[in-house]
Design a protein around this ligand. Sequence first.
Ligand code: FAD
Length: 468
Amino acid sequence: MSVIVDRIAAVVGAAGLVTEAAGMEPYAIDWRKRYAGRPLAVVRPASVREVAGVIKICAETRTAVVPQGGNTGLQGGGITDASGTQILLSTTRMNRVRAIDPVNNTITVEAGCVLAEVQRAAEAAGRLFPLSLGAEGSANIGGNLSTNAGGTGVLRYGNTRDLALGLEVVLADGEVWDGLRGLRKDNTGYDLKHLFIGAEGTLGVITAAVMKLYPMPAARLTGIAAVGSPEDAIRLLEIAQRQSGDALTGFEMFSDFCLSLVVKHFPATRTPLRVRHPQYVLIEISDARSEESARSEIESVLAEAMEAGIVLDAVVAQNLAQVETMWALRENITEAQRHEGQNVKHDVSVPISRIAEFIAATDAEIRRAHPDVRMVTFGHLGDGNLHYNVAGPQEVPPDVFMREAAGLTRIVHDSVARFNGSISAEHGLGQAKREEIRRYKPALELELMRRVKAALDPLGIMNPGKVI
Ligand SMILES: Cc1cc2nc3c(=O)[nH]c(=O)nc-3n(C[C@H](O)[C@H](O)[C@H](O)COP(=O)(O)OP(=O)(O)OC[C@H]3O[C@@H](n4cnc5c(N)ncnc54)[C@H](O)[C@@H]3O)c2cc1C
């Protein structure tokens, strides 16, 4: 072992250190298997004190540190380079719920808590932790904060940033910033937590957080509606927002091709609608009163939209099993396209009012350049966020198709820029989009980011090569 690793071992003990290649492998490769790093060691501290001790050693020895949570990130942000000199710092052993305050509606959790466990802990206290996403069984709250994750509840509850009230962070010199305040009002200068949220581990290691909780709704009900086009999906959104206001907690769209991939790769899938249509919308209503009230709310939205010829067919879930079946259609798309083969992914946002126009214009441009590709378009329509993915023609080998990836991405991202959108709506930049963002972000914004980085991490040891 190197001298650095020996010193780190003295801080975290044998249980907190992995150095053999086979043990490091699950941490070294990302979820999509696009990035394979070679860490000097995987370090798994069990407390904030241990994280601080490790970072101090790294600062003294100018050793790069790559924080990692559940390793479900999609931009390679939590993966080391291949030099064998970087420390991978996994927060997974720091997984305690430190406190729940149901009256203040807050939960204080350590960074390595799995998102689904935070949801369960909140539920056990009769409260809702509304952050929800497909990878919630593995993603950690520290990773969610560091990527400012979105998911399916953003429409009503906001991104992870909007759910955070306070943070505890180990800074790049090993000092601990205790900002674990559960306050909804605190106008005492710069709101420092927001620098670390969405920073993808480039400014410090988040070790704990105070997150907002909400009253548990009396009922959550889901319906699926078939529509003829993204335009009609947006018209349905307008009706749902006007009729239901804050009770509208989910509004997801996916194309019929997405559904066909889920049916193909998840043979147990049951499709609630008997006839296929071009697009589907999942609507979730949360009601503070009762299931009956939620049902009449969702039925009223669908009835108005059907009368206006917007919705072609619709089903409202009758029980929890049907709710889960409907959400599985949406949540299994990412996994289904992975089984289908290589695809070029884009996580983009544009103003909701222009989303249909964006899809039409970008689809047309892509088809002019690559007539046979298959569009896998789905997303959080209520947030203006599309996963605008492009799969190759079935007969073309994946490695041949992937040679077109850069050209396809250029078409999509240039189109996003023309629509005043963002080339990363919720997945972050990581290493995947670090170069790409330079084309689209104003030079002054990049410069301000560099100044923040230099102020908080002057030695450049925190997750180098990511974000900027
Ligand atoms: C099937 C699937 C569905 C998904 N759906 C969504 C979705 O709907 N919405 C969405 O936003 N994302 C989604 N994602 C992406 C991913 O789940 C999120 O980005 C998630 O927030 C990452 O959490 P993680 O713990 O896995 O982070 P990791 O992948 O471990 O790390 C992500 C980044 O955060 C940094 N980091 C991690 N922990 C810390 C810490 N404690 N301190 C400082 N930096 C840290 C890492 O260095 C890295 O840059 C999905 C992923 C998959 C695989």
